[in-house]
Design a protein around this ligand. Structure first.
Ligand SMILES: [Zn+2]
Length: 218
């Protein structure tokens, strides 16, 4: 099934209203953060969720897409000037002081903790919220993967502070925007084909340790 087919299945009826609210919100958010790296994390996270929906043959819904986008911003909660950190300074400022930027929130440990805590929280609150667990986690993972493509890398094995990178492009570079743009458009247009290509190429990417720390990015 292709992305447009899934989308028309999901959005063909009463969900249109919700979709419009989501699109309006996203456009507003993109305008506010157009100068920041988050503008790339959002479509990248959404694309990961869409790929997951395509791979599992489930409808693509606005709520899940929005949850993935929020998950894609979540790791930068450790930076007071990130898109999310600026909105909740009472969390981002102490967190950046305690753990620094691109620390534990950009590690596999954070993913494991989230995979444990989010379902627990969801199941004790509302089953509808439980549906947000997968997109938030995938969005979160996409952020770590995205940052791992930059020279600064991420401390995957935190508390070991060694950083790892596949070093594909520099943060805020034109190449980064081109990569995310092509990736997102490929997912939207090609659907299953994009999924197959991705599966065959990801395993071939070399994960290298970062020898010297570059300037820290979002
Ligand atoms: Zn980050």
């Amino acid at each position: 099934m292709t992305f447009p087919q899934l989308l028309s299945n999901s959005w063909g009826n009463k969900k249109i209203k919700l979709s419009k609210i989501f699109v309006d919100y996203l456009l507003k958010l993109c305008k506010q953060i157009a100068h920041m790296q988050a503008r790339n994390h959002i479509p990248f996270a959404m694309s990961w969720w869409w790929l997951y929906c395509l791979g599992t043959d489930q409808p693509i819904e606005a709520v899940g897409t929005m949850a993935a986008a929020m998950g894609g911003l979540l790791p930068d909660i450790d930076h007071p000037k990130s898109a999310l950190g600026r909105r909740i300074p009472f969390i981002s400022i102490p967190l950046s002081y305690l753990v620094g930027h691109r620390g534990v929130t950009h590690s596999l440990m954070a993913v494991v903790v989230m995979l444990i805590l989010l379902p627990l929280a969801a199941f004790t609150m509302d089953t509808r919220i439980a549906l947000l667990v997968a997109p938030v986690c995938l969005g979160y993972l996409s952020h770590i993967a995205g940052d791992a493509m930059t020279p600064s890398g991420v401390p995957l094995l935190w508390p070991n502070r060694k950083r790892y990178t596949v070093n594909l492009f520099k943060t805020t570079s034109l190449m980064e925007s081109v990569f995310v743009g092509v990736f997102t458009i490929s997912v939207v247009i090609l659907g299953d084909i994009a999924l197959a290509v991705l599966e065959s190429t990801v395993a071939k990417l070399p994960l290298l340790p970062v020898s010297d720390h570059h300037r820290e990015y979002y």
